[in-house]
Design a protein around this ligand. Structure first.
Ligand code: CP
Length: 327
């Protein structure tokens, strides 16, 4: 592994999931692997889970983690090549990234999309420029279009649930359902979850959303897509709830019908499904209290698993840096 920005960097998904579950069983198994190494976490946007889980994961591997909230504490960064920097940006990524690369062994960055210009967002300019100029392995803490650590976590959580349930011998039915929201949100989590579940290939995968909320086909190809949520939910083993804004007419909210919120009544259509959400969640907008507070909800377990996903990825990168077998 040279970087971790999408499912294509994961190698064998099941092997990475098993590595994460191994760390969950024995967090300090490799407590000296990262001794003397530093990991830098740059945030251009807010975070709770990603920030702390990555720090905890690094600490479990004996690594020093330093967090930098670029949006609040740093110089405003320019990412465009050839920009005439007479506006609000103060430092070019071409100058900042190699400096950071000289301070850290691994760098992580979180960026969000503008949701204004689809071509710009889907070009992934920020993370691409950061990788180009920093000279060390990069982990995405969420980019304009993908959230790979979240999706690895989701795959880990589904795997551990399958292991402890009666589902062991059959393909689980996993449903990604759109949910209402008051703000236009990125497509990252939905894109990334679709990319990972399709690549994993061990589920009957259904995506349901209102008309005009189609995600980019590159990520959804292989899934069954329906606008009928009730039909989608039938016999589901896992229901992943997430809002996203429109992809086609980019970054818009067309639909906010509260009927799309997952309720206890809708859950009766499922195979007593486990309910997932990446968090943060708007209660009683995206997901009802009754579902979030029920035994079906595994959102806290899912968020807790962020540590083991990050630890598996950092550990694999550290082994690669040492020229180990995973490199
Ligand atoms: N799920 C997730 O990425 O949470 P944070 O935004 O709090 O990091």
């Amino acid at each position: 592994m040279k970087q971790f920005i999408s499912v294509y960097d994961a190698g064998n998904i099941n092997a990475l999931v098993e590595k994460a579950l191994m760390y969950k069983a024995e967090p300090l198994k490799d407590k000296t692997l990262g001794a003397g190494k530093r990991i830098g976490l740059l945030f251009l946007n807010p975070s709770l889970r990603t920030r702390f889980s990555t720090q905890v994961a690094a600490a479990n591997l004996g690594m020093e983690a330093i967090v930098f909230n670029v949006d609040k504490e740093g110089w405003a960064l320019e990412f465009e090549e050839g920009a005439i920097m007479s506006g609000s940006t103060v430092e070019h990524i071409k100058d900042a990234a190699p400096v950071l690369g000289s301070y850290f062994d691994i760098l992580c960055i979180r960026t969000f999309p503008s949701l204004k210009n689809r071509e710009d967002d889907y070009s992934e300019l920020y993370i691409t420029q950061f990788i180009k100029y920093c000279g060390v392995p990069v982990i995405s803490l969420e980019s304009a279009t993908l959230h790979p650590l979240q999706s690895l976590t989701d795959t880990i959580t589904i795997t551990e649930e399958i292991k402890k349930s009666k589902l062991k011998s059959q393909k689980p039915k996993i449903v990604l359902t759109w949910a209402p929201h008051v703000k236009a949100l990125p497509q990252c989590v939905a894109n990334s979850f679709s990319q990972w579940i399709n690549a994993w290939g061990e589920a009957d995968f259904v995506i349901t959303h209102p008309e005009d909320y189609e995600l980019k086909e590159e990520f959804t190809k292989g899934a069954t897509i329906t606008h009928n949520q009730d039909e989608a939910l039938k016999n589901a083993d896992f229901v992943y709830v997430k809002n996203w804004s429109t992809y086609k007419d980019y970054g818009k909210i067309y639909e906010n019908d509260p009927d799309w919120m997952l309720t206890e009544e809708k859950l009766t259509l499922t195979n007593n499904a486990k309910v997932m959400h990446c968090l943060p969640v708007r209660r009683n907008v995206e997901l009802s209290d009754e579902v979030l507070d029920s035994a079906n909800s595994i959102v806290t377990q899912q968020a807790a698993n962020r540590v083991w996903a990050a630890q598996a990825v950092i550990s694999t990168l550290l082994t690669s840096l040492k020229g180990g077998i995973n490199s």
